[in-house]
Design a binder for this molecule. Structure first.
Ligand code: FAD
Length: 408
């Protein structure tokens, strides 16, 4: 690959690569899906399962975007806790959001089972408290979630954190056995094969705009690239660059992550990490609010590894890569419809699970079943202020403020 940001462990260990043709419109389709990440693939597969004729068009290759580069952390729910959602939207809407957002875990697991997708799925996710006050809030959230919605995760007291993580000096956490981690690119490639088996025609290396294709309905699943094809819609998200590395396989992995859970900490600019199937540490840390990647991604991330696991400060790093996280103003996903164009984007770093569900909701919407789609489409959203040129600097200032708060 020529893209230095895509020199990932996932590319190196991808299964089932195959080249698909580029797009030229020969057939007419019920649905054309633009974008071959989790959202687009899930939507295309679900549409084909409903008996529709479907083409999926990807500008590069399947999983080229965030879906093939992410941390692989499967974190149930959305970026807001259920306590926050309940306070903001009331119980009835919160319950409907809960059913979808937490139900998304099963949607992904069912796809993996049903299509036999080999993507190194492991159960177990730990949210680790960076400050004691974060642990207090986490406990309140976990208790609320169990009491009001029946979702049970385990509160891990500071002295018991060693069961999951040996390092980091964290102040307790929440272990969710229903969360976990996987190889995201292999999940995307598996979804693509399942979609083709269901009749979807997939085209690669084809950048298209909605007005250039002919179909009854169009699904836009281009996440951080949406601004390139629809400036109005593009203003609802900004891209935040985030970087990952994979070390060489660790012989003594039990000394770092003995339960093999994925871990994400509670900083605003978080560190998140897990083991790959061959026991490399896959570590994400640090964000950049400009698009240019650091000159040396491995050194950029290494600083953060040293904070959590000092003894791995000089561990050999075999792969380093990065990608853009599509973030909305309020960190909730943005779904909607303009005429015959349906879209879902802005999963705000919480997309590994919810995108599969979002794709299925998009498929329901194009076939006229709006009820579940509307639960998420009715979440309030604002475009980033400042118009095309100002929106990013203004948003960046806000983000830097929150990042700074972590250090106080
Ligand atoms: C570094 C990183 C780490 C992350 N870690 C996690 C994590 O651990 N857990 C988690 O839950 N979430 C994580 N996320 C977020 C998650 O990966 C995303 O929310 C999710 O993958 C978005 O999927 P998507 O299909 O909507 O978009 P994408 O996967 O970005 O797919 C969009 C696709 O559209 C294609 N495209 C764009 N424009 C066009 C066009 N005009 N024509 C045709 N095709 C086009 C692109 O090439 C791309 O393949 C992370 C993101 C990044 C970048």
């Amino acid at each position: 690959m020529t893209d230095p940001l895509n020199n990932s462990y996932y590319r190196a260990t991808a299964k089932s690569w195959k080249t698909r043709p580029s797009f030229s419109q020969v057939n007419k389709y019920d649905v054309i899906v633009i974008g071959g990440g989790f959202t687009g693939l899930s939507a295309a597969l679900a549409c084909a399962e409903k008996g529709l004729t479907v083409a999926l068009i990807e500008a590069k290759t399947i999983g080229f975007g965030a879906s093939g580069r992410n941390g692989g952390q499967l974190i149930p729910g959305l970026r807001w806790s259920m306590r926050e959602l309940d306070e903001e939207f009331g119980r009835e809407r919160a319950q409907a959001i809960f059913d979808l957002a937490y139900g998304a875990v099963d949607r992904v697991k069912q796809r993996i089972d049903r299509h036999g997708i080999q993507c190194d799925l492991k159960n177990g996710h730990l949210e680790a408290a960076y400050k004691p006050a974060h642990f207090d809030a986490m406990q309140r959230d976990a208790e609320f979630l169990a009491r009001e919605f029946g979702w049970k995760a385990q509160i891990v007291q500071p002295q018991n954190m060693e069961r999951h993580i040996r390092g980091g000096g964290y102040h307790g956490g929440i272990y969710d056995p229903q969360g976990g981690h996987f190889h995201p690119l292999n999940y995307a490639l598996g979804l693509a094969e399942a979609a083709e088996a269901a009749g979807v025609e997939i085209f690669e290396n084809s950048f298209v705009r909605p007005e250039e294709v002919d179909a009854q309905n169009i699904i836009v699943a281009t996440d951080t690239w949406t601004q390139d094809i629809d400036q109005r819609l593009g203003r609802y998200t900004i891209p935040i660059m985030n970087y990952n590395i994979a070390t060489s396989p660790l012989e003594s992995w039990q000394d770092f992550l003995p339960s093999d859970a994925a871990v994400a900490d509670s900083r605003f600019v978080l560190n998140y990490f897990r083991l790959s199937a061959d026991k490399r540490l896959i570590f994400g840390g640090g964000e950049k609010y400009v698009q240019t990647p650091p000159a040396d991604i491995a050194s950029f991330v290494r600083k953060h590894i040293a904070e959590v696991f000092p003894s791995l400060a000089n561990a050999p790093i075999d792969y380093a890569w990065g990608g853009a996280v599509g973030v909305t103003m309020n960190r909730l996903p943005h779904l909607g419809r303009n005429g015959n164009i349906y879209f879902a984007h802005g999963f705000s770093g919480h997309g590994a699970l919810v995108t599969t569900l979002a794709g299925e909701l998009l498929a329901e919407a194009v076939t006229g079943t709006m009820e579940r789609f509307d639960v998420l489409a009715n979440l309030p959203h604002q475009p980033f202020p400042g118009g095309k040129f100002l929106s990013r600097p203004l948003a960046t200032l806000g983000l830097l403020y929150y990042a700074l708060r972590d250090r106080l």
